[in-house]
Design a protein around this ligand. Structure first.
Ligand code: ZN
Length: 135
């Protein structure tokens, strides 16, 4: 039996982010006034309070800032162990995502490791996960 995995609640503000996996390109909001990247999505820039907000693509490359291996079965669809990481986006290291690192063993993942986005479809959303950037 396959147990459905939970997925994020989509809203008009965040639908672009959770839909980015459709074409495999990670996107964030960026302020047209000062260039600041926004995450989570917001109608105004927290730096300059500008409302000229655009959705822009990024490279999908990131760096592991922190990591932990979950050993507890919190949800029946997520058997442990799996690696949870905080990653910094290349274009804007202050933009951080809590994510999973996939396509490698948990003990391969080190702080400072370069990773790149891969998307996993889940319900109506594509989750931005990351794998080692071996390229
Ligand atoms: Zn701004």
């Amino acid at each position: 039996m396959t147990i459905a995995r939970p997925y994020p609640r989509l809203t008009p503000e965040n639908a672009f982010f959770w839909g980015s996996g459709k074409d495999g390109v990670l996107r964030f909001q960026r302020c047209g006034g000062c260039g600041h990247f926004l995450h989570p999505p917001s109608p105004r820039c927290p730096q300059c309070l500008g409302a000229d907000i655009a959705i822009v693509p990024v490279s999908g490359r990131a760096t592991v800032l922190a990591r932990t291996v979950n050993q507890h079965q919190w949800h029946p669809a997520f058997p442990p162990p799996y690696l949870i990481a905080l990653v910094e986006i290349e274009e804007a290291p202050y933009v951080r995502l809590t994510t999973r690192i996939v396509n490698c063993a948990p003990d391969e993942v080190a702080i400072g490791m370069r990773v790149r986005v891969v998307f996993e479809a889940q319900g109506p959303a594509w989750l931005p996960l990351f794998e080692p950037d071996r390229g």
